[in-house]
Design a protein around this ligand. Sequence first.
Ligand code: ZN
Length: 243
Amino acid sequence: MRYAIISDVHSNLEAFKVVLFELERESPDQIIFLGDIIGYGPDPNECIKEIREVADMALVGNHDHAAIGRTDIAYFNPYARDAIEWTMEQLTNGEKAYLSELPLTGEFTSDDIFLVHATPKRPQDWNYIFTLEDVLENFEYFNQRVCFIGHSHVPVIIAMDNSGRIDILKDEATIGKDYRYIINVGSVGQPRDGNPDASYAIYDTEDSIVKIKRVSYNYHKTQEKMKRAGLPYYLIERLARGH
Ligand code: ZN
């Protein structure tokens, strides 16, 4: 089985279209979306439409929850809050209903895969996995071999062996029998690892290889649309930095 795992599209249709074009070439058996369709970018409606068409499984993210009033935006930074308030005005009732039905977690039992937007420990709290302590703790909250996450917009492959030793890998790993993994697939629509290219992952369970892929897109076009929509300058210029 070949899985494509994407996350954090954030209303960036240009980045999303380029990733979908790549996926057509890759022709995975399953397309999984890990949440945050909307927030930050200028095309919430179009991105929701695309996700509904292409995703075999879609989870909810904190921005999706915020847009339907389930997460208190007082905890968002001012730029994210402005973007969510703008997004709320764009969404139809049908789109809000769709977002409200998305689950917090998912799994593919036959391939030993667990899926969540933020953390396995408490998905609904939208915490981040930053420290070694966070990593070790979160491995205790799922039983499967591989857990895919998003949320931080920084792609990384974290491997833990049977003795609890942690290895950090950058963009490719052979999934070994003596290891378990937390894999952050990065962000399609707002990468934050210093590389502006859209990020996603391909996991082939037949040859046991997971790869983080990057693809460039015309972020100038997204930036122009954001200016026209009156979205915060900080959110516009960070797309060019990938940070
Ligand atoms: Zn996000």
